[in-house]
Design a protein around this ligand. Structure first.
Ligand code: ZN
Length: 479
């Protein structure tokens, strides 16, 4: 863990203020730490010890989970030949700069040959790891243990029509005015409000801190050091508010996991998967942080920090932060249509990896699928295939974890509501009733249980689309 944390510290510094000319040496330093980690993790004694064990040799749940985790490492990342790993790193760094150029010039042809290379490397990686029925399964499993195309197809097939129907129904209503969210504001005052909100959620500043970066993120630098960032460059004040709540949701998960003495400082002492991590951030950002109950408590404080909201009523504010509309850019999408953006990417990735969609046809496929799934046809490549950096970064199989987070969050919230009065806890600012439940059922488990097992133990049900579609129908039919 220590090598990983040192590497994280380098990247925190890189994102939050390192001077431009430090980048070259910084990337060499990072590469050195990656290879140190690989050497330590695959050292003869360690590798032999892990391969001689099976999960059942563990005498307690924690030991079994550690064995499972390390066996997975040897079955996946450590299986990849060094030539493939270094080629991947090279092509990804080239991919980033070609993607930036293509995006700036709005010309997909600049990026297309590199995307071809990256897709073929991802397929090569999937073939070597080779777990699951389909090559794409191997990539999904890297981000979310046990996730498969079969499971996602079924979850998304239940979700898409519900979202599409709700969006069409909302379009029948008169448009909502949210112009007052894009007003000038005093950044230090808003930061003061945001620190207060993070504190109410239980973010421990003795064991973490907040910085500013171009894109908000959460990063763990040590068992007692979890950092988050925010940005104040977007014209809407709610961008900074939503980001702070989202990242705090991630941070309190990792802070909570490392307070379990049995797993603290081990590779189990953090969030278990991308999907469960997103469930913790999205639960707070959307399910709770866009609810009227949350703002009954927090809105008077926000009005003190942002004087331009003085004459905006609580009702107007809550409507504005829940405004729905079909639009091009995923990161600016509302809570409802966001899901369709992810389904679009998932369908395309699946086809790119199984070879049924050629990279040269992907830009057009993006546009026509966007019309079909989202009801919006991108006007140019920047609104279409070039909008996200994930593929340029060689990340295939990662996008679905965003919506998986929504499925998990809805299941957790439904269960919480059976056990206590969540609305009253929110509107009276007793957030600790909610975080106590999260801590007991999710954070303290760290990486001990697999994601689906964790969900089952916390809720008594296997994951299905029911809680999330019920939540969306209930919320967006009644706004
Ligand atoms: Zn997140």
């Amino acid at each position: 863990m220590k090598v990983e944390h040192i590497k994280a510290l380098l990247s925190w510094d890189q994102e939050t203020g390192a001077p431009p000319l430090s980048m070259q040496e910084r990337s060499e330093q990072s590469e050195l730490l990656s290879s140190l980690y690989y050497q330590k993790a695959t050292a003869e004694g360690v590798k032999e010890a892990v391969s001689s064990l099976c999960e059942d040799d563990g005498t307690c749940l924690e030991d079994k989970a550690l064995i499972r985790r390390w066996k997975k490492y040897y079955r996946t990342e450590a299986m990849l030949p060094e030539t493939l790993v270094s080629r991947y790193a090279r092509e990804v760094s080239m991919g980033q700069s070609l993607w930036e150029e293509a995006k700036a010039k709005n010309d997909y042809r600049i990026f297309q040959p590199q995307l071809e290379t990256l897709v073929s490397l991802a397929r090569e990686k999937a073939a070597i790891i080779g777990k699951g029925e389909k090559p794409y399964d191997a990539l999904l499993d890297l981000y979310e243990d046990g996730m498969t195309v079969r499971k996602l197809d079924s979850l998304f097939a239940s979700l898409a029509p519900v979202v599409q129907k709700l969006v069409s129904a909302i379009e029948e209503h008169p448009p909502i005015d949210d112009g007052f969210l894009r007003i000038p504001y005093d950044v230090p005052k808003l930061q003061g409000f945001l620190s207060w909100i993070s504190g109410c959620m239980g973010f421990d500043t003795q064991r973490g801190g907040v910085g500013v970066s171009a894109h908000p993120f959460t990063i763990t630098l040590g068992v007692d050091d979890v950092r988050i960032t925010n940005r104040f460059s977007d014209p809407s004040i709610f961008d900074a508010i939503a980001s702070q709540i989202h990242e705090t949701g991630h941070a309190i998960y990792d802070q909570g996991a490392s307070t379990n003495g049995k797993i603290r400082g081990t590779s189990l002492g953090a969030g278990v998967s991308m999907g469960i991590h997103e469930s913790q951030s999205r639960l707070w950002e959307n399910f709770l942080g866009r609810s009227k109950d949350f703002w009954i408590f927090a809105y008077p404080e926000l009005q003190k920090a942002v004087t331009g909201l003085k004459d905006v009523s609580l009702g107007q504010f809550v409507l504005a932060i829940n405004k729905v509309g079909r639009s091009a850019i995923r990161t600016n999408a509302d809570e409802l249509t966001y899901n369709l953006h992810i389904i679009l990417r998932y369908e395309l990735e699946k086809k790119l990896i199984d070879g049924s969609l050629a990279v040269k046809d992907a830009a057009e496929a993006w546009n026509s699928m966007s019309s079909m799934v989202l009801g919006y046809r991108p006007k140019d490549y920047g609104e279409g295939i070039l909008q996200d950096c994930h593929w340029a970064g060689g990340d295939f199989g990662y996008f679905p974890t965003y919506v998986l987070g929504n499925f998990y969050a809805a299941a957790f919230l439904e269960q919480m509501k059976k056990e206590f009065d969540v609305a009253s806890a929110l509107s009276h600012g007793r957030f600790s009733e909610i975080t106590r439940w999260q801590n007991e059922h999710i954070w303290q488990k760290g990486g001990i249980l697999l994601p689906e097992q964790l969900c089952y133990e916390a809720t008594g049900h296997v994951l299905d689309a029911g809680p999330f579609t019920r939540y969306l129908e209930n919320k967006f039919s009644n706004l």
